[in-house]
Design a protein around this ligand. Structure first.
Ligand code: ZN
Ligand code: ZN
Length: 93
């Protein structure tokens, strides 16, 4: 039996697009700490689709430092502070 459009839409919103789990039951979209390696400022941001799932901290150059010409490669750390090896580079934030 074909599903109605509204059921399909609800289904899409209720399931995590990363792991397929019921929304709210997985840890794919928890906030992560964004830390600038240049000025050491931190802020809480929503996890990005490009971030590894186990990410707790992202080290990335902030906009202000980026404008001043400073930049550093993006690094990811898990909740234990261990760096996560990342094959594909993320986006500048
Ligand atoms: Zn998930
Ligand atoms: Zn900065």
């Amino acid at each position: 039996m074909p599903r109605s459009l509204i059921e399909t839409l609800i289904d899409r919103h209720m399931k995590c697009v990363r792991c397929g789990a019921q929304m709210g039951t997985c840890r794919c979209w928890e906030d992560v700490t964004l830390r600038c390696p240049k000025c050491r400022r931190t802020k809480q941001v929503a996890k990005d689709i490009l971030d590894p799932i186990e990410t707790a901290t992202v080290e990335a150059t902030c906009n202000q430092c980026h404008k001043r010409g400073l930049s550093a490669p993006i690094r990811y750390f898990d909740s234990k502070g261990q760096e996560i090896e990342q094959a594909n580079a993320g986006s500048v934030r």
